[in-house]
Design a protein around this ligand. Structure first.
Ligand SMILES: [Zn+2]
Ligand SMILES: [Zn+2]
Length: 375
């Protein structure tokens, strides 16, 4: 027996595909002005990886960012590269990265907290107290920091999760969106065998309906209006068209007058928060996922909410859910791929955005593929 210390295996540098110096990027140059142009490929820092972006889904917040509605905040200034719902593969790793390697398939999260503020230490990095302070290490990719509408981007390893080979890049581009619904359901819980109402049958609402079923809801009621409401048929057990009926009365009638166990507000429209309060049961819970415009103020039945112990959870982004969402997708229990209705190359971003914003051609989710489709 030798008593020598076992030799540490010498790491073998993985074969790295050639990384170009310049890349195609969709650069926002001013309000509603953008172009695809050459930009330098970012160099990953010590705890970052360089990702080749394979799919990036257009988010409901992207049109506002493109229009410059939120300039000074999202993004801080033009020029800017947006895009935060993405999937891709690692092509280079930083000095201190040991848990990811070149060739790994990953999906991204937009938020990366500073890691040391009180909220980050609680695990609530979506509420980082050093938001937008670059020097603290905080990142919000695609909002404050450059994002994924480009062929490459560098990401902290805190903001990426592995995806298995059999999950397509297109479907994995929806991990971020799906995570938003998962975070809300982590907050509210889902009553096993209960009834859930989802207001707003857009992409987030559709995923909320499906996830509520996976989590044990026996009945899911979709509240919306046509033509989008129709597309919720396979994801919900009952549809309520608010343009034809009082949604509160209908939902109450469907639950024998008691109200639903949980309501998920996914539209951000005026009046829907109030409806949610009135359609949930005594002791019920409401998840607010839809992002209302700043001037939307709701009048709420204060005394009623106190007397009936109605719990309301504001919900922002998707902390601690991506791995579970990927597992659900990977196992086939949560199917998202049919929600990707349109795919475009980066050069056709303008058409892609018009399709998404104009809700053309029964669109649900649009995925941009800066490096071409997966083969
Ligand atoms: Zn998003
Ligand atoms: Zn923080």
């Amino acid at each position: 027996m030798s008593n020598t210390i076992p030799k540490t295996p010498v790491p073998v540098a993985p074969e790295t595909p050639r990384i170009p110096i310049m890349m195609d990027a969709l650069v926002l140059t001013g309000p509603s002005a953008f172009e695809v142009r050459k930009e330098p490929v970012p160099i990953p820092g010590p705890d970052e990886v360089l990702c080749k972006i394979r799919g990036v889904a257009i988010c409901g917040s992207d049109p506002e960012i493109v229009r410059g509605d939120l300039i000074g905040y999202w993004p801080p200034a033009f020029p800017f590269i947006a895009g935060h719902e993405w999937s891709g593969e690692i092509v280079a790793v930083g000095r201190d990265v040991s848990t990811f390697k070149v060739g790994d398939r990953v999906a991204g999260e937009a938020h990366k907290g500073c890691g040391f503020c009180t909220r980050c230490l609680e695990g609530r990095y979506n509420l980082c107290q050093n938001y937008a302070k670059h020097e603290t290490g905080h990142r919000h990719y695609g909002f404050i920091n450059n994002g994924a509408y480009a062929q490459y981007n560098a990401y902290s390893i805190k903001a990426i999760k592995h995806i298995p080979d059999h999950v397509s890049f297109r479907e994995a581009a929806l991990v971020d969106t799906a995570g938003v619904t998962a975070h809300s359901m982590d907050q509210t819980g889902i009553t096993m065998g209960g009834t859930v109402a989802v207001i707003g049958p857009g992409p987030i609402g559709m995923i909320a309906m499906r996830l509520a079923r996976v989590l044990g809801a026996a009945k899911v009621i979709a509240v919306g209006r046509n033509p989008r409401l129709e597309s919720a048929k396979g994801s919900a057990d009952a549809l309520v068209d608010f343009s034809k009926h009082d949604p509160v009365e209908m939902v109450r009638a469907m639950t024998g007058g008691a109200g639903v166990d949980e309501v998920f507000e996914c539209s951000g429209a005026k009046g829907t928060f109030n409806q949610a309060v009135r359609m949930v049961r005594r002791g019920g819970r409401i998840g607010l996922l839809g992002v209302p415009k700043k001037d939307v103020i709701e009048e709420l039945p204060f005394a009623y909410m106190v007397a009936n112990e109605i719990s309301v959870y504001g919900s922002k982004a998707n902390p601690h859910v991506s791995e579970r969402i990927i597992s659900l997708i990977s196992s086939g229990k949560l199917v998202l791929k049919d929600l990707v209705t349109h795919c475009f190359p980066l050069e056709e971003f303008g058409t892609a955005l018009e399709t998404f914003v104009g809700r053309k051609d029964s669109v649900m989710k649009v995925v941009i593929e800066p490096n071409g489709p997966e083969v």
